[in-house]
Ligand binder design. Structure first.
Ligand SMILES: Nc1ncnc2c1ncn2[C@@H]1O[C@H](COP(=O)(O)OP(=O)(O)O)[C@@H](O)[C@H]1O
Ligand SMILES: [Mg+2]
Length: 400
């Protein structure tokens, strides 16, 4: 064990303290900085220790609130939850509250079993610490860029744009991940012709802490090289995917890829706000009709209110000249000119139905060229800010 592991141990009032002590002291040395009572005054604010181990007899609301408070007061300090009974269906809730890893004692654990499990505790703490340190201070390695594709109207072309932007970036030699944040009705899988064998729902359900290796197992790989974290297969599964959970996933994806493209549902849900906060850039998608343009203006104003620091590119979809709205009208409604115009094309509908992005199906079509131009704009923006790390990282990876 080569990293220091000083733990603050927090006990609820029903857990067997001697059992917890056996668990923490029988195996590879964990240095216990202090034991404190979960219900004690201001226990959530206690500093000290690189990691908090919360030991409880049952996972309940007060344990959940404690974990959330501990994470609020010390966001960089991981929390490992040990329960002496099984968490029956509450794993996602515990992870949602902020637990980095969860260990449960087997029923009727005897002394030998508890002693044996102390290795697991040390391993869990080591993993949680390594991950936190890795994410908070990536060893000199820059995080990839994260582009949030937004649009406040359904059917405006967000999914089309996200999928084709991701594929165009991959075609230009970048490593790319796409995240389907339309958790209830996501169709990135359909648009890219990928079946949802493993989705973000399965990632949440897998429990335990997440690292880049584990995350890779839950990404579906598209022939273009784009790796997708797909939306749950059924709408009722969306509830377990919390903004807090996703917040930990983004830095890992950015560590692994040059670009992370996020497709979103048509409103500023908590997940979308979380993704915007975590992103480096945004892409607003609008259609050439007045309700869509009005919503786009509202969306841009919302980003301004959030003091969004990244660059926002504007895509105007179905931007055909014969709908009675000129580019000047767009500027006067939205307040700025679009960066890219995507025409209406019958082949787009065909490409969506076939699950093959237009940028692959008909590379030379005007729509495909528009998405390629959008990708080039983003690549160029990186040059402006001196971020050419992407390609270099990829070359280094290839050379290994
Ligand atoms: N430029 C376009 N030309 C033709 N059809 C389009 C175009 N943009 C979008 N569509 C059609 O509209 C549908 C909805 O687009 P989508 O990207 O799913 O919207 P959103 O994600 O914003 O709800 C697509 O499946 C496609 O059939
Ligand atoms: Mg969509």
């Amino acid at each position: 064990m080569n990293i220091e592991m000083k733990a603050l141990v927090v006990l609820d009032d029903r857990v067997d303290r001697s059992l917890v002590e056996t668990l923490l002291t029988s195996g590879p040395q964990l240095d216990v900085a202090d034991y404190v009572e979960l219900a004690g005054p201001e226990s959530g604010r206690v500093g000290g220790g690189d990691v908090v181990i919360v030991a409880c007899a049952n996972f309940n609301a007060s344990v959940s609130e404690y974990i959330a408070a501990a994470r609020r007061h010390h966001p960089g300090r991981p929390v490992v939850l040990i329960s002496t009974t099984a968490l029956n269906g509450q794993v996602a809730q515990a992870m949602g509250a902020g637990a980095d890893d969860i260990l449960t004692l087997p029923p009727r654990a005897d002394l030998a079993m508890v002693q044996e499990m102390s290795k697991d505790v040390a391993f869990s703490v080591e993993k949680a610490l390594a991950r936190k340190r890795g994410v908070q201070a990536p060893s000199g390695q820059k995080l990839g860029r994260m582009i949030c594709v937004l649009g406040l109207k359904g059917g405006s072309g967000k999914t089309l744009t996200a999928a084709n932007l991701a594929v165009s970036l991959a075609n230009a030699g970048h490593s790319v991940a796409i995240v389907d944040l339309d958790l209830q009705f996501g169709d990135i899988g359909l648009t890219l012709g990928m079946s949802p064998e493993r989705t973000v729902y399965d990632l949440v359900r897998s429990g335990g802490s997440i690292d880049t290796g584990k995350l890779s197992d839950f990404l579906a790989v598209h022939p273009s090289g784009v790796r997708a974290l797909l939306a749950p297969a059924r709408p009722d599964q969306a509830g377990v995917v919390t903004p807090d959970f996703l917040k930990d996933v983004y830095p890992l994806l950015r560590e692994m890829h040059d670009f992370v493209v996020v497709d979103t549902p048509p409103s500023f849900t908590p997940e979308v706000i979380g993704a915007v906060d975590a992103s480096s850039e945004a892409c607003m998608v609008s259609m050439l009709d007045s309700p869509s343009l009005k919503n786009t203006k509202l969306g841009l104003e919302t980003l301004a209110l959030m003091e969004y620091p990244g660059r926002v590119r504007l895509v105007l979809n179905r931007a055909d000249s014969n709908v009675g709205i000129s580019e000047d009208d767009v500027v006067s409604i939205v307040g700025r000119p679009p960066d890219v115009l995507v025409p209406s094309e019958r082949n787009i509908v065909r490409s969506v139905n076939q699950g093959e992005p237009i940028t692959l199906l008909q590379r030379r079509s005007d729509a495909a060229r528009a998405f390629q131009a959008l990708a080039e704009l983003y690549v160029g923006d990186g040059r402006d800010t001196g971020d050419e790390s992407g390609r270099r990282r990829r070359l280094l990876r290839r050379g290994r």
